[in-house]
Design a protein around this ligand. Sequence first.
Ligand code: KIV
Ligand code: ZN
Length: 564
Amino acid sequence: MLKDPSTKYRSFQPVHLRDRQWPDAVLKKAPAWLSIDLRDGNQALIEPMNVERKLRMFRELVRIGFKEIEVGFPSASQTEFDFVRRLIDEKLIPDDVAIQVLTPAREHLIRRTFEALQGTRQAIVHIYNAVAPVMRRVVFNMSQDEVVDLAVTHVRLARELAAQYPQTDWRFEYSPEMFSNTELEFSKRVVDAVVDAIGATREKPVIINLPSTVELSTPNIFADMVEWMHRNVARREAIVLSIHPHNDRGTGLAAGELALMAGADRIEGTLFGNGERTGNFDIVNMALNLYTQGVDPGLDFSDIDEVRRTVEYCNQLPISPRHPYVGDLVFTSFSGSHQDAIKKAFSARQPGDFWDIPYLPIDPKDLGRSYEAVIRVNSQSGKGGISYLLEHEYGLVLPRRLQIEFSQVVQEALDASGREMSAEDIGGLFTQQYFDAQRPYGYVSHHLVEDSTRNEVELATEITVDGRTQKLAGRGNGPIDAFIAALSQQIGEKLTVVDYHEHAVTAGADSAAVAYIELKLGDGKALFGAGRDPNIVTASLKAVLSGLNRTLAQRGAADERRVA
Ligand code: KIV
Ligand code: ZN
């Protein structure tokens, strides 16, 4: 790279539009959308679509709700020509959809384009020629007058040819190619001449499409250029003002949104931004940006994964896992603090509330995604995500101190494996660590007798100690108290209950109670146990044994460390 890039590259010149209006504009309705997946998108593929892929893409675009679809460049090749014919001959174009085709401003190519379109009910013929100084000077060696003349001559020809096929409802689009790299006064001159030559009226407007064929500036400059055209073209009322942003600087989406704020009515782009070089404007992205502002985009992405599958199949290109709204990871939080906030916001959310979940700009369900991937656990995660998964996937609502205790267990497992843990892994680890902690002490049965005169209970239990059955009996003010008394006597050390929680888990016929008990053995460290059973007393007794077994296991491990 150069030390001083200004010796090789010039900065883009600002537009002198002191009273620009677009910064205060708010997009309150969707623009007219034109899909160029089958043309600009297809042109940019390593392996262009075959007819079967094109048909699949066309059907998907129709299903999504596009009313204008650029289906190809029929004068460019026989394949392109045949595809247009197939759509027309096999009557595959719904009545409310207009196909659009591209042609350069060249006589034989325009004639061939009209041949391809014969018999269609409605069509948009899209004519373009390059207008930028570099193209005039270096590629075509044409003066400004010659460029204007070229555009006018060819749109006139298109108008004459259209008149020969009155059974078709013809519309025209004209693109001054490389608009974003052209002097504004000259773009206006060409556009005004084309609007006149085509005979556009308020009732039968021409589409004037302003492309950033190569994105060269910050999006505010493109917006200024579009607002300048919007305010300065001679016959704005006879124009549908369209834009066609590319994405060379990575700001094509912003440029498109600002240009619509600046007065454009229509936008051309592709699904997920496929297109030449860094791509075209991403229509899905903008449509869903509008949706999250409460504006109906008029396009249906309620099964966005299906749209992605179709696009990946047709384009034979993958979509990044970070791609807005559709990537595999875009609704996923790994960070502990994010997970905590999401969990709290979901709990606070009431039916009918506006969507206000931190770190989730859209409800994944609106796009046909489940909440499964919202929280994923790796070494960056904390207790929030872990307890969210246990609650959502297994109905286990852990008390706060148990959340902290279990997150350390998870963290150790993550450190050992170095890999992400799924909800299933976490549920399995919880079961193994808590519900299955039934050795050396295991629950077999119990019998409870209430002594109402003394406000006490008498609990007879059968447990296993290292596999051998043993009977215990104890009294207390409740079954847990009585069991703790009996166990303390059995092990010769005082057991204390520090905390106790229980709740029901209903999953169809498998409804169960879950109990969590925090226990202290002697003056050791308090640890949780958990038990699950259809009977709440049984669940609590299992939880006591789970807590005791875990405490003994920890003590054993600590002793081993000391001896070593
Ligand atoms: O990017 C571009 O300029 C084009 C034109 C043909 C509209 O695709
Ligand atoms: Zn383009």
